[in-house]
Write a protein that binds this ligand. Structure first.
Ligand code: DP6
Length: 328
C-alpha cells in the first residue's frame, strides 16, 4: 500500500539570525529570529509511504542520496511515523529550484516541504504551529518556512515555533541574492551552531537579541527601511563576528563578499535605500524596497565577483501540490 502527498516551500532569509542552540537535538535555538520567505525559490517534495520498502529512500535533485542527508530525513520521518503510529518506510523525492548548500538556506525549504508532504500523505491534519515545530526539529530555519511572508521564531521551550507577523503583500522588498560561489559550503550550519558557544562573543550576541528583534519587528511593521537596514546589517555582522571568533573559527566570506558589502555602503552614501545580510556562505543578500530595484540591479550586475543574481520577493507559506503537477 502506498500513501503519497507532495508539498512545496520557499527558503527564507533571516533579518535577525538564528545561530547556536540551547538543545541541538531538538533545535531549540539560543535566540529568537525574524525572516522573510523568498519567492520564487522553492523546494518541491513528494513523500510516499510504501509498505513494500525495506528502508527510507531519498532522491535529491535527481540523484539518490544517503549518509547524513538521508539520516536527517529519516529522523524527521520517524517523528511523523510516531505521530501516525505506523512504522512504514517512505520514498522522498525532492527538488530545489536554486543551488543547494551555498548559504541560501535550502534546508529551510527542504524540511518545511518534507514536513507538510509527510504529514499530509498519512492523512494527519496539523495546525500551522505544530507543522512549524515539527519542521524545526529537521532544520531550525525550516520552522520559519512553514508560515507565510514575514515570520518570527520564538526561542522558548520545546514547543518553540514560528508565526507570521505580516503577509507577503505587507512590504514590497526585493532581495537580490548575489552568488559569489556555487561551491558546496565547507561547514554546514548544523556544525556551525555547535561551535557558537565557543566564541566569547556569543553570550553578548544572544543577550542583545531581544533589542534587535524589537527594532527589526517595528521597522518591518512600519516599513521604515532606514531603521530596518541598520539593524539587519548589525545583526549579520554580529553573527559573523561569532563565527570568526569561534573555536575553530568559521570564515564564510570570500573577496567577492567584501566587494558587494563595500558597494552597498557606497550606493547608500549616494542616497539609495539598500542594505546587506549574509548567511552561512559567501553570497550576499542585497535588500532594497521594490522602488529602488531598477537602480540596484544593473549596479550589481557590473560587480566583478558576482557570478549570477537571484531576484526574490516576499513569499507565502508552505503549500500542498497536486501530485500530478508536483514535477518531482
Ligand atoms: C545562518 O537552519 O540551516 O542561515 O537547524 O542545523 O539546519 P540547522 O541550521 P539552519 O541554520 C540557519 C543559520 C543561518 C541563519 C538563519 O537562517 O537564521
Amino acid at each position: 500500500m502506498i500513501s503519497t502527498a507532495s508539498a512545496a516551500a520557499h527558503p527564507n532569509i533571516a533579518f535577525i539570525k538564528y545561530w547556536g542552540n540551547r538543545d541541538h537535538k531538538l533545535r531549540i535555538p539560543a535566540n529568537g529570529s525574524l525572516s522573510m520567505n523568498l519567492a520564487p525559490l522553492e523546494t518541491r517534495t513528494t513523500v510516499s509511504f510504501d509498505t513494500d520498502l525495506k528502508s527510507d529512500q531519498l532522491t535529491l535533485n535527481g540523484e539518490a542520496a544517503g549518509g547524513q542527508a538521508l539520516e536527517r530525513v529519516s529522523t524527521l520521518l520517524d517523528r511523523i511515523r510516531t505521530l501516525a503510529k505506523i512504522n512504514t518506510y517512505a520514498r522522498v523525492v525532492s527538488h530545489n529550484s536554486f543551488p543547494t548548500g551555498t548559504g541560501i538556506a535550502s534546508s529551510a525549504s527542504a524540511f518545511a516541504a518534507l514536513t507538510l508532504a509527510g504529514v499530509t500523505s498519512l492523512g494527519l491534519e496539523l495546525p500551522e504551529k505544530s507543522l512549524s515545530q515539527l519542521a524545526r526539529t529537521g532544520s531550525g530555519s525550516a520552522s520559519r518556512s512553514i508560515p507565510g511572508g514575514f515570520v518570527e521564531w520564538e526561542p522558548e521551550g520545546e514547543s518553540s515555533y514560528a508565526y507570521s507577523i505580516a503577509d507577503p503583500e505587507h512590504w514590497d522588498l526585493v532581495d537580490f541574492i548575489t552568488l559569489i560561489s556555487e561551491e558546496h559550503k565547507k561547514v554546514i550550519s548544523s556544525e556551525g551552531h555547535k561551535l557558537a558557544d565557543s566564541s566569547p562573543l556569543q553570550k553578548a550576541r544572544v543577550a542583545d537579541t531581544p533589542r534587535r528583534l524589537d527594532i527589526c519587528r517595528k521597522a518591518t511593521l512600519d516599513k521604515d527601511f532606514q531603521a530596518f537596514g541598520e539593524i539587519v546589517e548589525q545583526d549579520s555582522n554580529l553573527m559573523h563576528s561569532v563565527m570568526m571568533t569561534s573555536d575553530p573559527p568559521l570564515y564564510y566570506w570570500q573577496p567577492g563578499t567584501i566587494e558587494v558589502i563595500n558597494a552597498v555602503q557606497r550606493w547608500r552614501q549616494e542616497g539609495l535605500p539598500v542594505c546587506f545580510t549574509i548567511d552561512a556562505g559567501p553570497n550576499v543578500h542585497v535588500i532594497c524596497p521594490a522602488e529602488a530595484a531598477d537602480k540596484i540591479r544593473p549596479k550589481l550586475g557590473s560587480l566583478i565577483d558576482v557570478k549570477s543574481i537571484l531576484e526574490c520577493t516576499p513569499g507565502g507559506p508552505a503549500w500542498l501540490l497536486e501530485p500530478e503537477i508536483s514535477g518531482v
